[in-house]
Write a protein that binds this ligand. Sequence first.
Ligand SMILES: C[S@@+](CC[C@H](N)C(=O)[O-])C[C@H]1O[C@@H](n2cnc3c(N)ncnc32)[C@H](O)[C@@H]1O
Length: 252
Amino acid sequence: MVVSDSRAVVWHDLECGSYSADLPLWRELASAASNAASTVLDVGAGTGRVALDLAGAGHEVTALDLDAELLAALRERAVGMRVETVCADARTFALGRSDFALCIAPMQTVQLLGGSAQRVEFLRRAHAHLRPGGVLACAIVTEIEAFDCDAGDLGPSPEIVRIEGVSYISRATRVQVGRRAVRIERERAVLAGEEQAARGQPTWVRDVVELDQVSVSRLQQEGREAGLVADGTRVIPATEEHTASVAVMFGA
Ligand SMILES: C[S@@+](CC[C@H](N)C(=O)[O-])C[C@H]1O[C@@H](n2cnc3c(N)ncnc32)[C@H](O)[C@@H]1O
């Protein structure tokens, strides 16, 4: 496998890449949707954790993301697979087609769009790209536990990867749950070799992500505003490191 040296790719892989609790659901939905003419649209595809899994199972996948660097890594990894990448914004994309059987937005991507009006824009775009009878599934977290390592909470174990002699460490240090958003703080460090590691404490750099708060019923209402039909939910189970999430399902 080609290993990209982009730091953005390394952090993305480290912090998202090992999550697999949702894969059975995406596989099931893709298989149910798939026929000779159908394809999957993966919105917020990142480096391809889900897109590559589905393409490996024989599905044709269009992977859309705002981040060109992440998509470049995805393309390197998708050689020989039926994967197309599109660098575009989930709230405004227009691919000139409306034949997708399945559109998925895994791992809380719809909570990164900047609030209700922006989510409705995404839902309209997704709807416009689905064929009649097509399915949209958006994974959201609705219950997330607050913690603060500075206040003595333990927090999850750090995630570590070593690439060509360099160690990359990421650890979640604080989750603050607000009415409008959940703020997730991580600290990241890069250790360039044994020597640097031996010299003492690494320099930690803070990374902050804010997830918009959205309930299942709110997202369903937004989907209806976008012309979609709400079609229940599926639970994605919790793991030791990740909270449970809910896939909110819509029909076109
Ligand atoms: C939590 S990651 C999920 C990555 C991947 N789907 C996975 O499950 O491993 C969210 C992804 O959404 C992308 N993203 C955030 N805002 C976006 C937007 N407005 N349009 C398209 N992609 C966006 C980010 O670049 C990132 O790759």
